[in-house]
Write a protein that binds this ligand. Structure first.
Ligand SMILES: Cc1ncc(C[n+]2csc(CCOP(=O)(O)OP(=O)(O)O)c2C)c(N)n1
Ligand code: SF4
Ligand SMILES: [Mg+2]
Length: 277
C-alpha cells in the first residue's frame, strides 16, 4: 500500500471496550458516533490520534475511543492539547469539551487557543447546562431558563461561542447538531484537515436536565449561505444568527503556529549565566 494512502477503516475500529455511561438519549452518543466516523473517513491509525478532554459528561469521550486519550482537569483541555501538539506535531490532536468546561472555567484558554492558532480540532458539546453536576446554568444557558438552581433564570446574556471564536482568531468556525451524525462527522473531518485552530460547536442535547432540547431537531437548519473566508462577512452573518444555523461559517487562511526549532531556542544554561547575581 502507498504510505500516503489512508487505511480502510470502520468507525468501530476506533471504539474502545469501555461502555459509555451517558444517560439514554444523551446527544453525546451521537457525537461519539460522528467522531469515530470522522476518524474512519480519515483512515488514520488510532495510535496517530490523541483525544484530549477536561471534566464533564461530554469530556468522558476519550475513554470511549481507542486512540491515545487524556481525561484531564476541568477547563484545561486546550492547555494540554496545545502542549501535546507542539511536542508531537505528527499526532492528530482532537480536543473535546462541554460548554461548562470550555466556556466557563476554560474560557480564557479558548480565547488564547483561537489566537495562537495551533493546528488542533476543538469540538465542544454544548448542551447549555452543566450536566455532570446536575444542571447549573452555563455561559450558554438562556437567561430565562428557570430551574431550582437558578429560580426565574439567571437574567444573564448568553455567551456566543462562534462570535468569540471568530473575534479571537480561530481559523475555522462551524456549528453541528449531534442528531445529524453524518453531517457532524463531515464537519469534524473538515476541521481536522483544515490547518490551524478549527472550532466546531456541536449542539448536543442533555435529555436529563434540558428535556426541552428535544425540540432542537426541529429548530436546526443548514445555514442558508456558503462558508466565507472573509472575517467581516462572517461577523455580519453572526449578527443575525439564530443559534441553529448549521455548517461551516468561516474558513480562514492564517498560517498555523509553528514552534521555534531547537536550534533557535536559547539553552537554559546560557540564561542561568546571564541572570547570575
Ligand atoms: C476545578 C473544578 N471545578 C468544578 C468542578 C465540578 N464540575 C465538574 S463537571 C462541571 C461542569 C461540566 O459542564 P459541561 O462542561 O457543560 O459538561 P456536561 O456535563 O454538560 O457535558 C463542573 C462545574 C470540577 N470537577 N473541577
Ligand atoms: S446528565 Fe445530560 S449531558 Fe450528562 S449524560 Fe445525562 S443527558 Fe448527557
Ligand atoms: Mg454542558
Amino acid at each position: 500500500m502507498n504510505a500516503a494512502e489512508p487505511l480502510k477503516c470502520r468507525p468501530s475500529d476506533y471504539k474502545s471496550e469501555v461502555k459509555p455511561i451517558w444517560c439514554p438519549g444523551c446527544g453525546d452518543y451521537h457525537v461519539l458516533m460522528a467522531l469515530t466516523r470522522a476518524m474512519a473517513a480519515l483512515g488514520l491509525p488510532p495510535e496517530r490520534i490523541a483525544v484530549v478532554s477536561g471534566i464533564g459528561c461530554s469530556s468522558r469521550i476519550p475513554a470511549y475511543t481507542n486512540c491515545y486519550g487524556f481525561h484531564g482537569v476541568h477547563g484545561r483541555s486546550l492547555a494540554v492539547a496545545t502542549g501535546l501538539k507542539i511536542a508531537r506535531p505528527d499526532i492528530t490532536v482532537i480536543c473535546a469539551s462541554g460548554d461548562g468546561d470550555g466556556y466557563s472555567i476554560g474560557g480564557n484558554h479558548f480565547l488564547h487557543a483561537c489566537r495562537r492558532n495551533v493546528d488542533l480540532a476543538y469540538i465542544v458539546m454544548d448542551n447549555h447546562i452543566y450536566g455532570m453536576t446536575k444542571g447549573q446554568p452555563s455561559p450558554t444557558t438562556e437567561p430565562d431558563f428557570d430551574t431550582a438552581l437558578a429560580p426565574g433564570g439567571t437574567g444573564l446574556r448568553p455567551f456566543n461561542p462562534l462570535v468569540v471564536a471568530l473575534a479571537s482568531g480561530a481559523n475555522f468556525v462551524a456549528r453541528a447538531y449531534s442528531g445529524n451524525p453524518n453531517e457532524t462527522a463531515e464537519l469534524i473531518v473538515d476541521a481536522i484537515k483544515h490547518p490551524g485552530f478549527s472550532f466546531v460547536e456541536i449542539l448536543s442535547p442533555c435529555v436529563t436536565y434540558r428535556p426541552d432540547q428535544r425540540s432542537w431537531k426541529d429548530r436546526v437548519h443548514p445555514a442558508p449561505v456558503t462558508p466565507t473566508d472573509d472575517p467581516a462577512r462572517a461577523a455580519r452573518r453572526l449578527m443575525t444568527d439564530d443559534g441553529f444555523n448549521l455548517g461551516v461559517l468561516y474558513r480562514g487562511h492564517r498560517a498555523p503556529y509553528t514552534p521555534p526549532t531547537a536550534a533557535a531556542m536559547v539553552a537554559p544554561e546560557s540564561l542561568e549565566e546571564e541572570f547570575e547575581v
